[in-house]
Ligand binder design. Structure first.
Ligand code: PLP
Length: 408
């Protein structure tokens, strides 16, 4: 038994999908870093929306539209409160982390020029690399990489020495989806601000495990996806400091983002609507708010304490398997174990685990530069949530042992 104040058996009953079988075996879902499962409380909110008040927001005077607008704006306030954001119009609804990053990267086009530098960490998801490369191509700015060590920790001295007056932007994930490393983002942000650079933190992987205080962090931009934290796909939030959001140009043109349109000139709406062109994912935004309610009801301290114990147990059990190597052994890490067994392709292990009903991810996890760094094609990644159990870890370990004996 793992000590926890959470009633894991009761929590599991909230997630209908955890009752299903895969290949005749009870599902063991360990792909939470790719997407988390959705509790009944959030599913109910989605159903209620379509049963009772589905309407377009901000437009109609009719009752349904007003109700939908009110609940959607309430969700924005829940997000504001959860991340301790000063103003609700600093919360931009997006379709997810990728959208949020592209919005910022595109917006910076007119602010950068040749000779400027932007820094990216060596352990980013492709969605926090490619938009910046595209930005550098457009502007002539140079992309530089903050290196990491073999444990999967950023080399902070190297970061310090890369920072200079030409540095305009720094972007880094809060938690690595491939290694589980929790990066020292406060230190990263403060050092960047010393040279006048803005910082975007990709919180997609962190937000399911850590409740960040964005005002205390003094971060310029922070992005998350609802589907990694018990919400639906296709919705997320971008936080931006008001001063930045005022300076950045709109990302997309369309309905909802304008103040006045004539064929000669269009003026833009105030924040946050300036960045929310078109009909948003209304139901998704509302469900995102419900997902935050659900997780806050459990409590992030309890969640992270339980997940830490689970991952420590899993790490010890897996390391006892001969020839198994874990990638990502940072001192501060959360909820992700990436591993390989000597001489076996990760895909083959994943396939055998699937036959046993165990869902893991195999491959490069949208972070090819990390795999190149370790000179491996990919890893098997088991990623955990608060609804996983010690018994499920045991099944994973048994499954890996079985795969090893079949494949070696
Ligand atoms: C999942 C993930 C993303 C991408 O999120 P989307 O929801 O696909 O936009 C970006 N960065 C990290 C660290 C992630 O884990």
């Amino acid at each position: 038994m793992i000590e926890t104040s959470l009633d894991i058996a009761a929590i599991r009953k909230d997630f209908p999908i955890l009752n299903r079988e895969v290949n005749g075996q009870p599902l063991v879902y360990l792909d939470n870093a790719a997407t988390s499962q959705t509790p009944q409380q959030v599913i109910d909110v989605i159903v209620d929306y379509y049963h009772n008040y589905n309407a377009n927001i901000h437009r109609g005077v009719h009752r349904l539209s007003q109700e939908a607008t009110d609940v959607y704006e309430e969700a924005r306030k829940k997000i504001q409160k959860h991340f301790n954001i000063a103003k609700s119009h600093e919360v931009i609804f997006t379709s997810g982390t990728t959208h949020g990053i592209n919005l910022v990267a595109t917006g910076f086009t007119s602010f950068l020029k040749k000779g400027d530098e932007v820094l990216v960490s060596a352990m980013e998801h492709h969605s926090n690399i490619v938009p910046w490369q595209m930005l550098c191509e457009r502007t002539g700015a140079q992309l530089k990489v903050i290196p990491m060590n073999l444990d999967g920790e950023l080399v902070m001295e190297e970061y310090q020495s890369l920072l200079c007056e030409n540095t305009k932007l720094v972007f880094c994930n809060h938690v690595s989806n491939a290694l589980g490393t929790i990066n020292p983002i406060k230190e990263i942000i403060d050092a960047a601000h010393e040279v006048g650079a803005a910082v975007l933190i990709d919180g997609a992987q962190a937000a399911a495990h850590i409740k960040p205080d964005l005002q205390a962090l003094d971060v310029d931009f922070y992005t998350v996806s609802a589907h990694k934290m018990c919400g639906p796909t296709g919705v997320g939030m971008l936080y931006g400091k008001e001063e930045w959001l005022k300076k950045l140009p709109p990302y997309q043109g369309g309905g909802e983002m304008i103040a006045e349109v004539t064929f000669e000139k269009t003026t833009y709406a105030d924040l946050p609507h300036k960045f929310e062109a078109g009909t948003p994912n209304i139901c998704g935004g509302i469900a995102f708010g419900a997902a935050l309610d659900y997780m806050n009801h459990l409590g992030f301290d309890a969640i992270s304490q339980y997940e830490d114990e689970l991952i420590q147990y899993a790490t010890a059990q897996l390391l006892a398997i001969d020839g198994l190597k874990i990638y990502g052994t940072a001192k501060h890490k959360t909820s992700v174990i990436s591993f390989n067994i000597e001489g076996i392709h990760p895909y083959d292990i994943g396939t055998i685990l699937d036959k046993l009903g165990i869902a893991v991810r195999t491959g490069h996890h949208c972070a090819q530069p990390i795999m190149d760094f370790y000179k491996i094609p990919g890893t098997v990644r088991a990623s955990f949530s608060f609804y996983n159990t010690k018994e499920e870890v045991d099944k994973l370990v048994e499954g890996v042992k079985r795969a090893k004996s079949m494949l070696q």
